[in-house]
Structure formats: structure tokens, C-alpha cells
Design a protein around this ligand. Sequence first.
Ligand code: ARG
Length: 270
Amino acid sequence: MPILMCPPTHFGVVYEINPWMHVASPVDRRRATDQWEALRTTYRDLGAEVVLADPVPGLPDMVFTANAGVTWGGRVVLSRFRHPERQGEEVHWRELFASRGTPVFDTAALPFEGAGDALFVGDTLVCGYGFRTDRAAIPVVARALGVHVVELELVDPRYYHLDTCFCALDARTILFAPAAFAPASRERVRRLAPRVIEVPDGLAAGFACNATAIGDVVVSSEAVEGLSDQLRELGYRALGLPMGEFMKAGGGVRCLSLPVPATRTRPVST
Ligand code: ARG
């Protein structure tokens, strides 16, 4: 599947909606652009197709395409952002998917933050709730996509989206930060797959879990290199990229990336 990215033309930290964001420590947009370009080049070098969204002035977090929605089976369920600061993005994401011919679903007014809180392990949808996504939205999303769902409770505000503390490298291999989850959910993750790597807080807080696996390469922030040995034993290679400017907004590699269905040229019959 192509990966959707949005250039950081208007990226910045101009409001605070998670504990990483401090308007007093502004983003260096030049450096952000270099970091973003390096990620885009990395995807291309690994053979992944990258498609671009048009950035919109006044929507500095649009660069985090993971929050546009979640896609599966050629459909998308759009996000309904918790915070008014990001709700202006919704119309643009709706337009983008409509223009690509992707059938669009939504959760009506229930807060749901797309692939930030909704990730697949094989064909099971795993959803996080507790900070951004409303628990009541989860069955609505699962029904729209026609999938089985597992719900996980997030309890640490630093890990306010599931993708900051959980990543399926393939259907049998998961990275996760135990500190982020309520005890029962932590146990549930340990039973989700045969191979579960527990990421220490020091690496998770460097956004190591916020990763994209392209084949056997785990692309993430520099902190992922602290998992190199464990990943190598499982047949993976860690590839760490500087993500400092995006971490100031509470995001890393995975937040900047959304797998999307290929464009459909023929009209969808209903
Ligand atoms: N500043 C953004 C927010 O708080 C960061 C979003 C990061 N995205 C993600 N998928 N974790 O909403």
C-alpha cells in the first residue's frame, strides 16, 4: 500500500494538546523539513510508494497523516478529532480520500483519531482509548471495516495515542511499551502475538515504538537503535532517523505516515 505523507510546510508547535508540546520551544522548520525529507527518501529507497497530501496553512499538525483516519480493505474511517485545534483538518482528509476514490466512513461525532489509535495485527484491529479516541467509537470503526477488534486502555499521558507505544512489525511480532497501558490491557498485548518485545520506558519515550516496518526494516526514531540486537534476533534491522523536531509536537516516524489504498479510478457503485 502507498504511504500518505504531508509536507511540513506549515508545521509548528503553536498550541499544546499533549505533554510533549511547549509553545515556548518552537520548531526549527528548516530542520523539520530535512528530517521529513530523510524519511520520505528512506521509504522510497526501501521500495515503498509515497503519496503526498497538500499542507494547509493554519493546520500545523496535518503533517501527522496517521491521524487522517484508518484504512482497511480499500475503505477509510475518518478521524473526528478530540481537540478543536485539529478539527479543521477533517474536511481536508475527507476531500483527499474522496478524490482518491476511497469509500469514506465516519464515527459521527464520536472522537476517534485514526491510525494514531487504530492499528492492525494481522487482520485484527487493535484500538487504544483513554486520551483521544472515545471508547464508544471503537465498535463503530470495527463495524465499518468489518473486522474483529481488541480494545486497549492507555493510562500514561505521554503515550496519548496507541501508535506512540505499540507497533506490529508483522502479524506475529509486536513492539510495545508496558508503562503506557492499564494492567489488564498490558496482559492482553502479551497474548496478542507469539513474539512481543517489551520496550523500556527510556527508549519508548524517544518514540522507538512509533515505527513503520517495511519488509524486514524497522524505520523509527534514533531510539530504535537501542532495540537493534533484539530486532536482529527476530530477523529485523533497526533504522533510526533523527525525528527531534516532530517529537516536539509529540510525534515520530509512524505519526508522519499512513498506509492508504491505491487510487480507484472507476466510480464506486453503491
Ligand atoms: N501534536 C499532535 C497531536 O497532539 C501529534 C500527533 C501525533 N500523531 C500520532 N499518530 N501519534 O495530536
